[in-house]
Design a protein around this ligand. Structure first.
Ligand code: FAD
Ligand code: N01
Length: 536
């Protein structure tokens, strides 16, 4: 059986950088990727309007000065094709392709305690072994299947935003249904509305969305970035969300209403995710949160001509920010178009997909195409999809049946030499993910090099360290409003999934400090096993 120092699953931002970093450190590595190309999220999510909501200059790798100088982003928020081009450029620039096996899904992996290594199986029926097994499988890579019966019988075309076809989809002259108004729905709805003869938007829970204020990147902005890149990148690394959002330190309730409104207005005009940083207590104090929520609701009312439609678009059932705030271009205004109908599936739930459309409790909507913007089995979905067996044959998906348990979101007890990039219990989706990905990869690379220097063969978290970290993750999220929404952060979007708040919300900077301290203290909280020869 072929053997590698490291096998990595996934060739998105995480897998590509992990491959580059570990090979630079002298480890042999193989990447398996289920898709037919690299790019991860940006390979799969080709739906109309897809783009990032963290500014392109920040939502990109910082590990290579040369790369930073060579690549020029064209827009403040890059579109999916541009980000995919960038990741392909990275794969070529750093000679990664020969170490990546595409069209190959990892189906199972088992740890051999005697040999201290993993055997990894793929859907092609082949197996390889590796000393280390790294899961770069993505937090948002396993689309959630639509729960309604009948999709297979639908005679028109249907699509998942997270598995969009490669060929151009033209909705011209078609009656289209979009199910879902999360970030994917909110980005695609305005674009589809411009093409379709009629668009029906099936909304279950209204979302808070803020205009992206996207624009081409000006020469001045690029020049400023080129000059100050180093300090900007460093500021992002130690910031709460891994991005350069100006972070307010005071309470929303401690200032006069007009000061508060001005602050919200400033951030609305700046666009995107900047609202997250408006005041320090927005996500811990329900009353403070209400002020921001009401500000956005007022904006929604002002954008929509029909007051009844506006009322249905107002998010009221959860605090703002406890579902990811969406970033849009013309979303609310789309509902002023004559060819767009909002269908409130809370009032009239969808019952089934029929051969000709969707049936709700209020009747049938006949459509030619259905777009499922219905989200993902997030954070744990792709990890648990692989049949991973650790020490004593214990299965990861069974260990996590009451919710994921990790130490630092990077490793889990009972599964030696297994690392997760942006795993549950790390800032992951609560951050600019490229910053979090680089931090994890650098930390894992440092750990592997440290082990090699000491002839250590195995590493895994102690139970005490894991228990303490899980308790800390829960304690921190318990201070906040984040667990309150029925969001994918808690698994509430997937029927039957256990409800546990999965990301770490203690902040990217604080988390980095903790990880660095663990490494400095000889990988405190981890148990090491030595290679037989050096133990002797
Ligand atoms: P992914 O990009 O998801 O890559 C994981 C790869 O692993 C996939 O290609 C998948 O096919 C592969 N894989 C999984 N399981 C297996 C298996 N068993 N065998 C083989 N291959 C496997 N984050 C931000 O911070 N800012 C943004 O603006 C932003 N925009 C987003 C927009 C969209 C539409 C979506 C869906 C997500 C967005 N995210 C954003 C989150 C985004 O997922 C991350 O930023 C980042 O791209 C994740 O990179 P990754 O490599 O960790 O995972
Ligand atoms: O998925 P979602 P997404 N019947 O889960 C609805 C990132 N991202 O793909 O809220 C009817 O957020 C569901 O309704 P409800 C970003 O992190 C970023 O949009 O469960 N409706 C909801 O409205 C984001 O948070 C960008 O009641 C159903 C929608 O479908 C994450 O990915 C762009 C339903 C799903 O929303 C996921 O976003 C895209 C059902 N059976 C993605 N099932 C950027 O802007 C689900 N829904 C950068």
């Amino acid at each position: 059986m072929e053997h590698f120092d490291v096998v990595i699953v996934g060739a998105g931002f995480a897998g590509l950088y992990a491959l580059h970093r570990l090979r630079s450190l002298g480890f042999s590595a193989r990447v398996y990727e289920a898709a037919s190309g690299v790019g991860g999220t940006w390979f799969w999510n080709r739906y109309p309007g897809a783009r990032c909501d963290v500014e392109s200059l920040e939502y990109s790798y910082s590990f290579s000065d040369e790369l930073e100088q060579e690549w020029q982003w064209t827009e403040r928020y890059a579109s999916q094709p541009e980000i995919l081009r960038y990741l392909n450029y990275v794969a070529d620039r750093f000679n990664l392709r020969t170490h990546i096996q595409l069209n190959t899904r990892v189906t199972a992996a088992g740890f051999d305690e005697t040999a201290n290594c993993w055997t990894i199986q793929t859907d092609g029926g082949s197996a390889v072994s590796a000393a280390f097994f790294i899961l770069a499988t993505g937090c948002l890579s396993k689309p959630k299947a639509l729960e309604y019966k009948g999709l297979e019988s639908f005679q028109g075309k249907w699509y998942y935003t997270g598995q969009w076809p490669h060929e151009r989809v033209d909705f011209t002259g078609r009656r289209v249904a979009v199910i879902g108004t999360g970030s994917s729905g909110i980005q695609s709805i305005p674009v589809i509305a411009e093409q379709a003869a009629h668009l029906f938007v099936f909304q279950r829970t209204p979302n808070f969305s803020i205009p992206a204020q996207n624009r081409p990147l000006s020469g001045d902005v690029r020049q400023d970035w080129a000059t100050n890149r180093g300090s900007y990148r460093q500021a992002a690394r130690v910031s709460p969300f891994g991005m350069l959002v100006e972070q307010g330190t005071g309470s929303a309730l401690a200032v006069a209403p007009e000061v508060r409104e001005n602050e919200y207005e400033k951030r609305w005009q700046r666009g995107g995710l900047s609202m997250y940083g408006a005041f320090a207590d927005l996500f811990v104090d329900p009353q403070a949160n209400q002020t921001a929520a009401e500000f956005v609701r007022t904006k929604i009312r002002a954008a929509i001509r029909d007051p009844e439609v506006a009322e249905r678009l107002l998010p009221k059932s959860y605090p703002i920010g406890t579902k990811r705030i969406c970033s849009d271009t013309g979303y609310y205004e789309t509902f002023n178009r004559d060819n767009v109908t909002l269908v409130d599936t809370c009032a009239t739930p969808i019952e089934e997909i029929t051969p000709t459309g969707l049936r709700t409790t209020a009747g049938e909507y006949h459509v030619d195409s259905i777009v499922c913007a219905t989200g993902f089995d997030a954070i744990t979905g792709a990890l648990c999809h692989i049949d991973i067996q650790g020490r004593g044959g214990a299965r990861l998906r069974e260990k996590w049946s009451a919710g994921p348990r990790t130490y630092l979101g990077v490793a889990t007890t009972g599964f030696p030499n297994l690392f997760m990039i942006t795993g549950p219990g790390s800032p992951s989706v609560f951050s600019n993910m490229v910053v979090s990905i680089e931090q994890h990869v650098d930390w894992i690379g440092g750990c592997l090099a440290w082990m090699r220097d000491r002839h250590a063969a195995g590493i895994e978290p102690t139970e005490d360290a894991e228990n303490a970290w899980v308790a800390h993750v829960n304690e921190v999220s318990g201070y906040t409003l984040f667990p309150q929404a029925n969001s994918w952060y808690v698994g509430a979007n997937v029927p039957g999934k256990v409800r546990v708040f999965m990301p770490y919300v203690g902040g990217v900077g604080a988390y980095r400090e903790k990880c660095d301290a663990v490494a400095r203290n000889g990988y405190e909280g981890f148990a090491l096993s030595m290679a037989r020869s050096s133990a002797a």
